[in-house]
Write a protein that binds this ligand. Structure first.
Ligand SMILES: [Zn+2]
Ligand SMILES: [Zn+2]
Length: 313
């Protein structure tokens, strides 16, 4: 049985304190943490006996609270850096990929119906992380292993999100979180039908593992977390449908305002994305229809929400 040492590092997001994981006997660090000096100090002080004992840095997904220190650690330890192929370019070609991401986000926010001043505020507040413009990363596919840790591709929160499995230990990244429902839809604008993708991913790990180590916080009961997250998404899909029933031909933004009220800062993107993810899932199930593809609007397709609706594809 291989159990990692959990290293609490800095808080990078509303999700809470990040957990880096250290496998000293394998020379592996997973998700070194956000790109701050506080996190760097916490991380390096916890790695014994020396930084050079780290041979491989593995990262679950491109978000800076997980990947922010990856290049710095790999460089300092002369270690190799590994990610799933769909997320690797967002870290390995950071400067160019960030610009592509911002361009894509602007277009997506417009399609979601987010008003122009809010779109501009979101893009202007997206400050670059202190990361190299480019850095060599080894890209992996599902099932490949590094130092015995298996890539378990679990997309949804991001397109290339990967969990890591070894024996009965599963490192979850942001697939499941103890105090927070991982954002789906706003946290990576590259995924079609992100809710379907995400639900398939949690089913996949639930079939294999009882426990998991999250990217924020401590050990979780996977079955219970999957049940809670499924209930949450069922309720949210129903609420999105009801929001459409009061104002037909709504955009995702209008539905998000109905569901979440005032959304400050980055929550405007997370909220609109979350609404869009649920509306697109309901559209795929023929419960709602999309009425305008430019600035996407939705209306109910059925009078009553199907009580036995299964969101999973
Ligand atoms: Zn994340
Ligand atoms: Zn996170």
């Amino acid at each position: 049985m291989t159990k990692p040492i959990r290293i609490p590092v800095d808080t990078g997001t509303p999700e809470g304190v990040n957990s880096a994981y250290h496998f000293p006997d394998r020379g592996v660090i997973v998700d070194p943490g956000p790109p701050t000096e506080t996190a760097w100090t916490a991380l390096t002080e916890a790695i014994r006996p020396a930084l050079s004992s780290v041979e491989h840095v593995l990262v679950t997904h491109w978000h800076s609270d997980h990947a922010g220190l990856a290049c710095r650690l790999a460089e300092a330890a002369d270690a190799t850096l590994h990610m799933h192929s769909s997320d690797a370019p967002l870290v390995g070609e950071y400067a160019a990929a960030r610009q592509r991401r911002l361009d894509r986000d602007v277009a997506t926010l417009r399609r979601w119906g987010v008003p122009k001043p809010r779109r501009e505020a979101l893009i202007n507040s997206d400050s670059p992380s202190p990361m190299p413009e480019t850095y060599p990363i080894t890209a992996h596919e599902d099932g490949e292993t590094v130092a015995g840790l298996e890539f378990v591709h679990t997309p949804g929160h991001t397109l290339g999100h990967s969990s890591f499995a070894i024996d009965d230990t599963l490192l979850l990244g942001d697939l499941l979180l103890p105090t927070y429902t991982p954002n789906v839809g706003g946290s990576d604008t590259r995924t079609d039908d992100p809710l379907a993708t995400y639900l398939s991913s949690i089913d996949r790990v639930n079939a294999r593992f009882d426990e998991g180590e999250p990217g924020h916080g401590t050990t979780m009961d996977v079955t219970r977390a999957v049940d809670e997250v499924r209930t949450h998404h069922r309720e949210r899909a129903l609420a999105a449908f009801h929001a459409l029933s009061t104002v037909a031909d709504s955009t995702s933004w209008m539905v998000a305002r109905n569901l979440f009220g005032e959304m400050r800062g980055i929550h405007a993107k997370f909220g609109a994305g979350e609404a869009a993810a649920h509306l697109d899932r309901l559209a795929a199930l023929d419960v709602v229809e999309r009425t305008d593809e430019e600035s996407i609007r939705y209306r109910p397709r059925v009078a009553d929400y199907p009580s036995d609706l299964n969101l999973t594809p």
